[in-house]
Design a protein around this ligand. Structure first.
Ligand code: NAD
Ligand code: TYD
Length: 353
């Protein structure tokens, strides 16, 4: 049965993507949601067990770098919209192995754009290609100021350079070929289901296991943290109401020095684990800095707030507590991610299909 819209969400088995998939599957039963994901180390279908049997949900294992596979997928489903999250996303990995970032983030995005152009050539009415990007494309701020939608790009890691390149290509396809494209650039996300190599889940896991918390350099770097649910809310609004050709910045107005954030997390963990205050802070260990480590990111999201009425949750400690509670009560998820067991889920679930 043809539903009102068929939407491709790429990277839907990842951290942010899985929250987007869940929201769209539950909130829009009139849409068919196709989750297209390669299932790299960062893709985990166990993030989506609660909706995997929903009648409006389909999973397709696909590598967006494979041009023929992408074209075939678009012909099979004749998508009305694309929400593109699939990416190599970890800065540290982009320093140790940049090539995958170029393939997935740049070539993969071009493949999706070409396939969209192919199926929307005759009629672009009501179609949308929504590209999810990062504030890291703007480079690093000094003590003052925030990134706006018109800040010049100045990417400084292989990750941010590959995302910047994909942003430019998306806008160029909008301008040159008339594809209705929208881009959003978001600050650092945190929340349930984040892969435990990123700062917050890594620290939670290490504190739980009494292991050192590695803080790069002096811990002076500043990030603007946003709860993943707020990002997903913004993605829903922008997908439905964002104007073609526009860019929206998304951020929490919530800047934290890494060391202050870690100390707050330590206090929350002491409380949750029933340890005397100050126990977890003793695990803080300063380690060698990341090469080219951007000092500060901060987002001005007033355009999104004014034009589309979006607002993030104001209380960071509350968001962090929710996150800590999730990790402490989903120990099996965490153990299976750390042991690599989660990678077998696809074979077991989809064998013979
Ligand atoms: P993630 O690494 O958790 O998930 C990425 C997903 O993409 C995984 O499921 C992975 O399997 C899939 N993928 C990777 N390569 C693929 C390929 N070649 N073909 C198909 N699928 C592939 O990432 P995330 O943190 O959820 O980020 C999602 C998007 O949001 C990314 O585009 C990222 O740049 C952007 N973003 C992330 C943050 C953040 O703080 N995490 C902030 C701003 C923007
Ligand atoms: P990360 O979660 O990797 O996100 P990004 O690099 O995209 O901002 O890192 C967040 C910040 O925390 C960043 O300034 C690097 C720092 N960091 C540490 O100090 N220790 C760690 O173990 C990690 C993973 C990150």
């Amino acid at each position: 049965m043809k539903t009102e819209k068929t939407i491709l969400i790429t990277g839907g088995a990842g951290f942010i993507g899985s929250h987007v998939v869940r929201r769209f599957v539950n909130k829009y039963p009139q849409y068919t949601i196709v989750n297209g994901d390669k299932l790299t180390y960062a893709g985990n279908l166990e993030n989506l067990t609660d909706i995997e049997s929903a009648p409006n949900y389909v999973f397709e294992k696909i590598d967006i770098v494979d041009k023929n596979a992408v074209t075939g997928l678009f012909i099979k489903y004749n998508f009305d919209g694309v929400i593109h999250l699939a990416a190599e996303s970890h800065v540290d990995r982009s320093i140790s192995a940049p090539d995958d970032f170029v393939f997935t983030n740049i070539i993969g995005t071009v493949n999706l754009l070409n396939a969209s152009l192919h199926i929307w050539k005759e009629n672009k009415e009501g179609k949308k290609f929504y590209h999810i990007s990062t504030d890291e494309v703007f480079g690093s701020l000094g003590k003052e100021g925030k990134f706006t939608e018109t800040t010049a790009y100045d990417p400084r890691s292989p990750y941010s350079a590959s995302k910047a390149s994909s942003d430019h290509l998306v806008r160029a396809y909008g301008h040159t070929f008339g594809i209705p494209v929208v881009v959003s650039n978001c600050s650092n996300n945190y929340g349930p289901n984040q892969f435990p190599e990123k700062l917050i889940p890594l620290a939670i896991n290490n504190i739980k296991n009494n292991k050192p918390i590695p803080v790069y350099g002096k811990g002076e770097n500043i990030r603007d943290w946003l709860y993943v649910g707020d990002h997903v809310e913004a993605i829903d609004l922008i997908f439905h109401m964002g104007k073609p050709g526009e860019t929206y910045n998304i951020g929490g107005n919530n800047e934290w020095k890494n060391i202050d954030l870690i100390k707050l997390l330590c206090r929350i963990m002491d409380k949750k684990l029933g340890r005397p205050e100050g126990t977890s802070e003793k695990l803080i260990t300063y380690v060698k800095d990341r090469p080219g480590h951007d000092l500060r990111y901060a987002i001005d999201s007033s355009k999104l707030q004014k034009e589309l009425g979006w607002k993030p949750i104001p209380d960071f400690a509350a968001g962090l507590e929710l996150t800590v509670d999730w990790y402490l009560s989903n120990t099996l998820w965490l153990e299976r991610v750390i042991s690599g067991e989660y990678e077998k889920y696809y074979e077991n679930m989809y064998a013979g299909r």
